[in-house]
Write a protein that binds this ligand. Structure first.
Ligand SMILES: [Fe+2]
Length: 683
């Protein structure tokens, strides 16, 4: 643990930007300018604030008769720009798609600032607002929201409108410091209306863009070129709700899968429709387009200034061998996955260190086999084969079995000599542990694409006909569990180092989850070592919505996911199945009453979970003080269409979980408070 977090932060601050604040701009009168939002069609943004700096962003593309190559940046303490506090100039060009990233330094901690960009013709962007982080020794409470999974092409971003409306209504000293975006900022896989005249699984397709090149697979299209990825971001950033949010708060962003590829690993592109191809070029294009639009303090190894993104020269090459970590050392792959490094740590005073990881670039290929699938039970895996294949050669303390028992047969273990599944890779995992161990903040918050919590159900307890096809000795039905060895190593480290205040905030699952973070669940040792919150999607379809649209009414296992009511409404029993077990779900079907359902719960299924909602959209709001962390889920209905209301439309529920900062050796506890609405099927 000799690399202190402070040293890391200082190093990252020095890593370059095209321009930085010029002293001598202070007290200048503002430049005479006319606001022309049409010339800045993607608006403005800011990101990765520190106590004295923040990155400012815009895009000023050539318009019909107006080309700009230079932008003036002005920073003021008032939105009217009576006086300029700081500023500078920046050159823009087609090389970075006319985007501008400006590092403003010498700011004061925990302050609100306004900024704008003015081109050489005197045309100005809209005015943006940003906020610096509190000073390193500050005890000021930190407030932020975290979000994920937005697709304006098939839904509306009403969650941002609500977030803005509610923040404007708060007293100044209680407003948000920043927004954490956990990825799926874009969905690269795109359904066009022309191929899907009835929409996509019940969603209306907007056709916000078409790829200049693209690749059609099945009934959807995938990006291929740099221009394809840029086209996506440009279209998304024209969304008025997203644009207003980026203009109001600094954003801190990491990517999830869809910023590059629907599925896949390292530089391999995997998508539905059987598409699977080496894609080193595409990985680099995806990284470059991301870098161009995200105001993020990130690095490109070998390019310390990072004034322009340098795209390494690669040849799309299959990855044939993987080392003990599941990493392909194929040179083109290494060039592609190292072309942008987004793992980083940001600090908000003494209360929050935010640790951010890249969960996709170092991911191992999945070597598990579908021999152990149970199609009779949709959307779940068998615990025993799942765990054996996930741990690979490391199963059972490096003693994996030769065969796996399945439906009365012994099937050869396909992963006996294979790497454990990893998403961090060994190098990043070591870096993460180093940062976590060195953190002196009260709350060590891990911004994690998809979270670590296991979700499962006790299908082994299904009675009669319903359970007759569940293989004996298969254990629980795994609904979601990932990367067990990474989890073991990280949680063992937290326990051994007696780290407190550990909190995971995740996305990607298109569901709300709140609970305690533990390496394992009963009958193994259940030992909570942190708290964890997964946020529902901004707009992308939830599993409940997909099941409602796709699961047959007479499917024999329907009750485990959906319960049909006389009035045509559907209860999301899938939440109950995961939270309380199958007997609770059957009791709910019989009585329609959640209290009776909870009275027969299996306490071993999910001792760690206090809320599960597979059907919720919205955002999560964190308040971190010196002795408490509160996480509020703000859940809204499915955003089929844009709300015309200034508050972003109706609310389903608002639930907050409080955690007192625990001492080393103590277990964290969650206290639930329902503030609005009735999330009865989620708790
Ligand atoms: Fe997603």
């Amino acid at each position: 643990m000799n690399l202190s977090r402070r040293k890391f932060l200082q190093t990252s601050v020095l890593i370059g930007f095209a321009v930085a604040t010029k002293k001598g701009w202070a007290n200048k009168l503002p430049t005479l300018a006319i606001e022309r939002r049409d010339l800045f069609p993607q608006g403005v943004a800011s990101g990765d604030p520190t106590a004295n700096s923040v990155i400012l962003w815009t895009r000023r593309p050539p318009a019909k008769d107006s080309l700009a190559k230079k932008l003036i940046v002005e920073i003021s303490t008032t939105p009217e720009f009576k006086k300029v506090l700081a500023g500078g100039t920046a050159h823009i060009s087609a090389d970075s798609d006319w985007t501008c990233r400006f590092l403003t330094t010498d700011l004061k901690p925990n302050r609100e600032y306004w900024y704008r960009f003015i081109d050489e013709h005197g045309f100005a962007s809209r005015v943006g607002r940003t906020i610096t982080a509190p000073s390193d020794d500050s005890d000021a409470p930190v407030r932020f929201t975290f979000v994920c999974c937005q697709c304006p092409n098939e839904g509306a971003l009403n969650a941002y409108r609500k977030m803005i409306f509610e923040d404007e209504a708060r007293p100044k000293d209680q407003q948000l410091n920043f927004v954490l975006h956990l990825g799926d900022f874009i969905y690269e896989v795109t359904w066009y209306a022309e191929d899907n005249p009835n929409g996509n699984r019940g969603r209306r397709i907007r056709d916000l863009y078409k790829f200049p090149q693209g690749r059609k697979v099945s009934n959807f299209h995938l990006p291929v070129t740099l221009e394809d990825y840029r086209t996506l971001y440009r279209a998304y950033l024209e969304d008025p709700d997203l644009q207003d949010a980026r203009a109001r708060w600094p954003f801190v962003c990491i990517w999830d899968n869809h910023e590059f590829a629907w599925a896949g690993y390292q530089s391999q592109y995997v998508a539905g429709g059987g598409y699977n191809a080496p894609a080193q070029h595409q990985k680099i294009f995806a990284n470059q387009a991301w870098w161009e639009v995200m105001p993020a303090m990130v690095q490109q190894p070998g390019n310390p200034k990072l004034v322009h993104f340098i795209a390494p020269v690669v040849v799309d090459t299959p990855m044939e061998q993987f080392n003990a970590d599941g990493l392909s050392e194929e040179p083109n792959n290494l060039l592609a996955i190292h072309s942008l490094k987004i793992q980083r740590v940001l600090r908000w005073g003494r209360n929050v260190d935010l640790l951010l990881t890249d969960n996709w670039s170092f991911r191992s290929p999945d070597m598990s086999s579908d021999d152990f699938d149970v199609p009779e039970y949709p959307r779940v895996s068998l615990q025993v084969p799942f765990e054996i294949m996930n741990y690979g050669r490391h199963y059972n303390d490096d003693n994996p079995p030769d065969t796996i028992r399945f439906k009365g047969k012994d099937i050869p273990n396909p992963t006996k000599n294979v790497h454990a599944q990893t998403y961090l890779g060994s190098e990043q995992r070591s870096w993460f542990l180093e940062q976590l161990g060195a953190s002196t903040a009260r709350w060590k918050i891990w911004g994690h694409g998809f979270g670590t919590m296991e979700v499962r159900s006790d299908y082994q307890n299904l009675p009669g006909e319903l359970g007759s096809q569940w293989p004996k000795d298969a254990g629980y039905a795994v609904i979601d569990n990932r990367f067990l060895r990474d989890k073991d190593i990280i949680f063992d480290f937290i326990r051994d180092q007696k780290i407190t205040g550990f909190c995971v905030v995740g996305g990607d699952r298109h569901a709300f989850h709140a609970g305690l973070a533990s390496k394992a669940l009963p009958p193994r040792k259940y030992e909570p070592l942190g708290v964890e919150f997964i946020v529902g999607s901004i707009s992308q379809q939830t599993l409940f919505e997909v099941m409602e649209v796709t699961m047959k009414k007479d499917h024999p296992k329907r009750v485990l996911h959906l319960i049909d009511q006389a009035d045509g409404k559907v209860i999301p029993s899938m939440n109950v199945t995961a939270l309380h077990g199958v007997l609770s779900t059957l009791k709910l079907q019989e009585t329609g009453d959640m209290e009776q359902a909870r009275s027969v719960r299996n306490v071993d299924v999910a001792p760690h979970l206090s809320l599960v909602d597979f059907g919720g959209h919205g955002y999560a709001l964190v308040t971190a003080t010196s002795d408490q962390l509160s996480t509020e889920f703000v859940c809204i209905p499915i955003p089929f269409e844009r709300s015309g209301r200034p508050d972003g439309g109706p609310l389903n529920y608002r639930v907050v979980h409080h955690t007192r900062l625990w001492k080393a050796g103590e277990a964290p506890k969650l206290e639930q408070e329902i503030l609005e609405g009735n999330p009865q099927y989620c708790i």
